[in-house]
Design a protein around this ligand. Structure first.
Ligand SMILES: O=C[C@H](O)COP(=O)(O)O
Length: 248
């Protein structure tokens, strides 16, 4: 991994006016983007608008989900080729909100991962344990099952070249961030499980990352950046987090 990566997941937030305002502020305040990589993942209706605003800025575009299928009679779905067509480089797969609220299991997430890769997108695979699973000492078993489903369907090489976001579910939107040591331990476990032939994925931490805790998390040897939810909707906060990812 050469550069840190910070990704903003806007979830189901924003309006056209807010997209203009937020991306305008990010473009104006972003540190030199040859030193880190930054991406934003707006909701589908704003991808085209964001693509136009971000053209030439160095800030990459991503989506929050994709269909397994490439096209066809799938009402309400959006495919990988469509995302590529509007300028997406990244797509999030297996976010815990999709797993929990929309019933996406490990097998479906693996299919979405494969679809993303096959259409030239970089998948950001989200993994992470629930609080009860951590308390039952099952964190590594949960991470292993989430990762192995993708490994089995897509192969070692696909995962080693991807982005994986470790997001402990108990830390998402709760203000209860993992300690840098907890994040590092899970990232080390993930890296050991998926690094093959010298290739290693980019590993992001996600879950209540804020300007005041980002530097401590990003200083961990196996934390390559962050997947940011709430703070990515506030330009000053997201910019501070991006700055915390600059190499020292
Ligand atoms: O995708 C982002 C994560 O779910 C983190 O969200 P949060 O930063 O609001 O906790």
């Amino acid at each position: 991994m050469s550069r840190s990566l910070v990704v903003g997941n806007w979830k189901m937030h924003a309006s056209q006016a807010q997209v203009n305002e937020l991306l305008g502020a990010l473009k104006a305040g972003m540190p030199a983007l040859d030193r880190i990589e930054v991406a934003v993942c707006p909701p589908y209706p704003y991808l085209m608008q964001a693509a136009h605003l971000l053209a030439g800025s160095g800030i990459a575009l991503g989506a929050q989900n994709l269909a397994v299928e490439a096209s066809g009679a799938y009402t309400g779905e959006v495919s990988g080729p469509m995302l590529g067509d509007v300028g997406c480089r990244y797509v999030i797969v297996g976010h815990s909100e999709r797993r929990r609220l929309y019933g996406e299991d490990n097998a479906l997430v693996a299919q979405k991962f494969r679809a993303a890769v096959s259409h030239g997108l970089v998948p950001i695979l989200c993994v992470g344990e629930q609080l009860a699973e951590r308390e039952a000492d099952a964190t590594e078993a949960v991470l292993a099952a989430q990762i192995d489903a993708v490994l089995e369907l897509c192969g070692d090489e696909a995962l080693a070249g991807a982005v994986i976001a470790y997001e402990p579910v108990w830390a998402i939107g709760t203000g209860r961030v993992a300690t840098p040591e907890q994040a590092q331990a899970s990232h080390r476990f993930i890296r050991d499980r998926v690094s093959r032939g010298g290739r290693t994925p980019t590993l992001l931490y996600g879950g209540s990352v804020k300007p005041d805790n980002a530097a401590g998390l990003f200083a961990q040897p196996d934390v390559d950046g962050g997947l940011i939810g709430g703070a990515s909707l506030v330009a000053d906060q997201f910019l501070s987090i991006c700055k915390a990812a600059l190499p020292r």
